[in-house]
Each structure stands twice: as C-alpha cells, then as structure tokens.
Design a protein around this ligand. Structure first.
Ligand SMILES: O=C(O)CCC(=O)C(=O)O
Ligand SMILES: [Fe+2]
Length: 149
C-alpha cells in the first residue's frame, strides 16, 4: 500500500513553544520524504539526542519504519523523528509511505529466525496494525512495543 502526507509548518516567532509533528516512528516499511522548500525542520533522535537533518536540494530522505523493524526481527531499527517549526520561514514536506497491503499480515521473516535469534515480534494483520497505530497519539517508538514478545 502506498499513501502520502503533506506537512505544512507555518513560521512561529517562538518555535520552542510549539509542536510541529510530534516525535514518532513511521508505521511503514519505508518512508520517502521530500523537504519541499529546503527549510530545515526534520530531526532524528539518536542516543536520546535530537539531531537536525540537513535539507539537500532535490534529495529524498529515506526513513526505516516499524514494519521493516518487525520483518527484519530488529536488525534494521525504525527511526524516531519529529518535525520542528522555523521562527521566520514556513516549511513544507511531502512524505510517501510504502507499507504492506492491508489484507496481508507480517511478522519477522522466517529466514531470520533461529534458535540463536528467536522472534522478537508477534505476527499481525496489516489492517489491525495500522488501526492500532492511528488510534494512538504519536509517541516515540512505543507502538512497536505492543508487538514485542
Ligand atoms: O516534515 C518532516 O520532515 C517530517 C514529517 C513526518 O515525519 C511524517 O509525515 O511522518
Ligand atoms: Fe514521520
């Protein structure tokens, strides 16, 4: 399934007082993100620290989502990120989300499971997974915890 979201961040003279897009990991396989007008605002969280991502002209940002973390049994981790606003300039981004089809299910790939590497996540129907994700407030990477074994 492919879906798309456009994000518009109006400028705010007190950017630290407002939330742009709350911290979250994407409930996708992969996300392809285009930062339309090259205004910085995307940040990823690494070791508890928010790191700004440079906006490169004509470049896409590829984010790993929760589905890839589950399918790879935690080998590739989804990335926690957020969108912050700029004090003087508006910012726009377009995210394209690539996800499993809704009538399928997913779980750790059998080829990655062994006695040394037991499954870390339960299998789940894609429709149930997305319904649960969107029923929650965006909140870091915690939705993934509902699938952990
Ligand atoms: O605007 C951004 O750079 C991030 C947007 C985002 O994380 C999303 O739409 O899921
Ligand atoms: Fe996102």
């Amino acid at each position: 399934m492919q879906s798309m979201r456009t994000n518009y961040y109006p400028p705010c003279p007190q950017p630290e007082q407002v939330i742009g897009v709350s911290p979250h990991s994407d409930a996708t396989g992969l996300t392809i993100l285009f930062q339309l007008n090259e205004i910085e605002g995307l940040q990823i969280r690494k070791d508890g620290i928010w790191i700004p991502i440079k906006s490169l002209p004509s470049a896409f940002v590829i984010n790993i989502g929760d589905v890839v973390e589950v399918v790879t049994n935690g080998i590739y981790r989804s990335i926690e990120h957020r969108g912050v606003v700029n004090s003087v300039k508006e910012r726009m981004s377009i995210a394209t989300f690539l996800s499993p089809k809704l009538d399928g299910e997913f779980g750790p790939a059998p080829s990655l499971i062994s006695s040394e590497a037991p499954p870390k996540f339960k299998r789940i129907g894609a429709a149930d997974f997305f319904t649960g994700y969107f029923a929650q407030k965006l909140s870091g990477r915690c939705y993934l915890d509902t699938l952990r074994i």
